[in-house]
Design a binder for this molecule. Sequence first.
Ligand SMILES: Cc1cc2nc3c(=O)[nH]c(=O)nc-3n(C[C@H](O)[C@H](O)[C@H](O)COP(=O)(O)O)c2cc1C
Length: 410
Amino acid sequence: MEEVRIALRNVGKIKPDSIEDYIAAGGYEALKKARTLDRGKLIRTIEETSRLRGRGGAAFSTGKKWSSAYASKEESKYLVCNADEGEPGTYKDRVILEGDPHTVIEGLLIGAYAIGAKECFLYVRGEYEKSIKLLRRAVKQAEEKGLTGEVSIKVVSGAGAYICGEGTAIVNSLEGLRGEPRLKPPSMAVRGLNQKPTVVNNVETFALIPEIVNKGAGWFGAIGAEKFPGTKLMCLSGDVVNKVCVEVPTNATLQDVVEGFGGGVVNGKKLKAIQLGGSSCGFVTPDQLDTPIDFDSIGSIGASLGSGAVYVIDESRNLVDILWEIAKFFRHESCGKCTPCREGTMRVEELLEKLAKGEGSQADIELIRTLADYMQKSCFCPLGQSATTAFLSAWKLFPEDFAAKLRKEA
Ligand SMILES: Cc1cc2nc3c(=O)[nH]c(=O)nc-3n(C[C@H](O)[C@H](O)[C@H](O)COP(=O)(O)O)c2cc1C
């Protein structure tokens, strides 16, 4: 299996700080073409023919999101590029931004034209200093060449929290408020930033747009899986030989990704599991590696594609140790807005520490299961609701790891 590079088509080939390089590679042609098209028709083609679905984790139809904002009669509308990339094991957006910032800006300008937004924001993870610098320079270059027209693009350094990557929390953060999620409905396309229609899309989603416009929505829709066409960036990490980010058609299997591009498990060890999609997702076992990486196929095995993170775990590891690390992450990242998440992530971390250190009991495991149930049902947003997904998955798939960690009674 070969990589199919659409979002990454220029990465490694052009100088990321040169708009001339980008233009020489065909850059900004799609923007020019898009601006000659009827906006409603452009959105319909993205929605129905390309069938592009967001690459930020939820896989929602990009065209549908755009069409709700387009339909709004409000004068002000906003378009936001989500480059917060806080998911552990995920570094695909950084690869795009550091290698080809103009492709994201071009995708953003096409989106702005389509929905009728005059103000755009690139909300970038604060630690991504290089990306921020490159993007600011790229925006200036695009402005100087008159490509932005009457659209303003602001590059904003993120507020340093995982929750700030959640669509409504970004909007809070952009308004200068604490990074906390907002209640939905109303949807952001109805009332988002400054109470105006707002669309938030991921970096990878925007990076695909110029080629969809250039080569045609039908061309894109014919690549990969029927219901989740195109390519997906996958980020390999953990006990894998090649820790790389690859762009593969969505009918590639997990096997293609882990063995083909990843080169398999390090030190000739056997694969125990992969955690797919990030810290808020469950585990996949070796017998499921023939599953294609499209959103729906992955969902059908009870897992989640999420952001495309592929954390490889070798046979020597006990998952309870990994769960403790995940629990530390969620305890640290809980924004504190709702009690079940604020208190729950703390208790879960304490209990998993006990278990990981060999000091826990069966009753502690039961207590985490009860907490997980409450948290899934009562946390305000997906951060808390999914903070214990990995625990529940590991408990189901690898109960022996928990048994091995139980306190030895004297
Ligand atoms: C806790 C949390 C963190 C998130 N972090 C990100 C992120 O860093 N980047 C991102 O694109 N989406 C993130 N999302 C998903 C966004 O809410 C949203 O669905 C996405 O940006 C929409 O873009 P898309 O339609 O192009 O996928 C996060 C969601 C949650 C619940």
